[in-house]
Ligand binder design. Structure first.
Ligand code: PLP
Length: 458
């Protein structure tokens, strides 16, 4: 006769003893539990996260080729920091730096340097720190005070707020003007002075998807230098645009073709098409990277300085980046991003047709994305209500208020990434229409209150 407990276990995961009660979650269990059962139960809990492919809010990739998944798994045990133990992985990182220098148009006469990072945030910290140290050194040399550095930016991603706070630099985030959601050359220059360590322009502004006018800002800074003698370098936060502009807008001068651009960062895990966990920074010339930030380790190759905020980190993302470069080439990246852009343009047209929205960015001229706001005086629903309704179908299309000076403007935004097909886009539009219909029939208390109060969020 079979033991009762054994009968249960043999009937599968969901009759196992572990499945018969809530798991101990916040303290370490005393005993061990079946790997098969725990694996299943954790997978089940993760199901509640929803479906990342429907996350249209994120800039990060959510679809990967099986080859990438294989390379990630091969690399699971390789620490990127052990460049002497894994020389070939280090070599691959070096090649990626060369490829990016080339992609961002470093002139052959320049000795560009660069490194991988965990993402654009770490890359931005390293870029900002280089600019800070260079500015301090120059001021010291001239016998001038070097205690009040500032950095001038447009509407930036939170990493620049972090940089400013962590390293005691005054952040001069130029306020958005009415209907103007970018850094303009005039407004950038107005905020500059002798204590400005750099102007940061963004390629793929977080809030809308547009590009700051990099070349125009650079030229305005040329004029500023002619007038004042103050030479202010630029750093480009190309977290998303760095992997888009070279393919979709190759003629756009935003990169090292401009001498004033001294460093650029980008996220491999965004439009670089790699799994989460890799960013890049390239400095125009070796002299843009202060020596004191580099930790020389004798096993490093010539153009691979060891500098990072982290120490141990995974290497699979870097290997996947290299795979993407070799496999896709210019042609592949161009066609993938072009398809995404076409879908963004299609979505913008469809959303415009609905009659309730003003399109802010329609996918052309920047990254494959779109953003829109409610037409003034729309009081039947808010964008927050719409975002909430769409969640019922699993779609994440965030609604949020714009930053400094435009907080009263609420927008919605979609990032179109590899794996989001025309077919899915058309299904999303159907769900968007259904959401509006529902809200017209069942206005939310928020919309009703606002209607009564006469203050409309749009
Ligand atoms: C995503 C993003 C960042 C941060 O990049 P991570 O790779 O997530 O660290 C910084 N700046 C911009 C413009 C971004 O879009």
């Amino acid at each position: 006769m079979l033991h009762n407990k054994q009968t249960k276990s043999n009937a599968g995961v969901f009759t196992s003893p572990e499945s018969q009660h809530e798991l101990e979650k916040n303290s370490l269990p005393d005993g061990c539990h079946s790997s098969q059962v725990v694996h299943q139960l954790i997978k089940d809990e993760l199901m509640l996260d929803g479906n990342s492919r429907q996350n249209l809010a994120t800039f990060c990739q959510t679809w990967f080729e099986p080859e990438v998944i294989d390379l990630m798994s091969i690399a699971i045990d390789k620490n990127m920091v052990d460049r002497d133990e894994y020389p070939q992985t280090a070599e691959i990182e070096k090649r990626c730096v060369s490829i990016l220098s080339d992609l961002w148009n470093v002139d052959d006469s320049k000795d560009a340097v660069g490194t991988s990072t965990t993402g654009s945030s770490e890359a931005a910290m390293l870029g900002g720190l280089s600019l800070l140290r260079k500015w301090q050194a120059q001021r010291k040399q001239l016998g001038l005070p070097f205690y009040k550095p500032n950095i001038v930016t447009g509407p930036v991603q939170v990493c620049w707020h972090k940089f400013a706070r962590y390293w005691d630099v005054e952040l001069r985030e130029v306020p958005m003007e009415h209907e103007q959601y970018l850094l303009t050359p005039e407004s950038a220059v107005v905020h500059c002075d002798e204590n400005t360590i750099a102007v940061v322009a963004t390629l793929g502004v977080t809030f809308t998807g547009q590009y700051d006018p990099v070349a125009e800002i650079a030229h305005a800074l040329d004029d500023y230098q002619d007038e004042t003698g103050i030479d202010i370098p630029m750093h480009i936060d190309a977290a998303s645009g760095g992997f888009v502009a070279p393919f979709l807008q190759p003629e756009l001068e935003w990169d090292f073709r401009l001498d004033r651009v001294r460093s650029i960062n980008a996220s491999g895990h965004k439009f670089g098409l790699t799994p989460l966990g890799v960013g890049w920074i390239i400095w125009h010339e070796a002299s843009d990277l202060p020596e004191e930030l580099i930790f020389h380790v004798n096993y490093l190759g010539g153009n691979m300085p060891d500098l990072a905020l982290n120490f141990s980190r995974p290497s699979g993302q870097i290997i996947s980046q290299y795979y993407n470069f070799l496999h896709l080439g210019r042609e592949g990246y161009t066609s993938i991003h072009q398809c995404c852009r076409n879908i963004a343009v299609y979505l913008a047209e469809e959303i415009n047709k609905l009659g309730y929205f003003d399109i802010i960015y329609n996918g052309e001229g920047g990254i494959p994305a779109l953003s829109w706001k409610l037409k003034p005086n729309t009081d039947e629903f808010t964008l927050y209500d719409l975002a909430d309704r769409l969640k019922n179908k699993g779609w994440l299309v965030p609604a949020y208020a714009l930053p400094v000076n435009q907080q009263q403007t609420v927008v919605q935004r979609i990032l179109v990434k590899r794996g989001f097909s025309f077919d899915l886009a058309s299904l999303l539009i159907e769900d968007y229409k259904l959401a509006i219909e529902h809200l017209l029939l069942h206005p939310t208390s928020v919309a009703l209150n606002e209607k009564e109060a006469g203050s409309f969020r749009h």
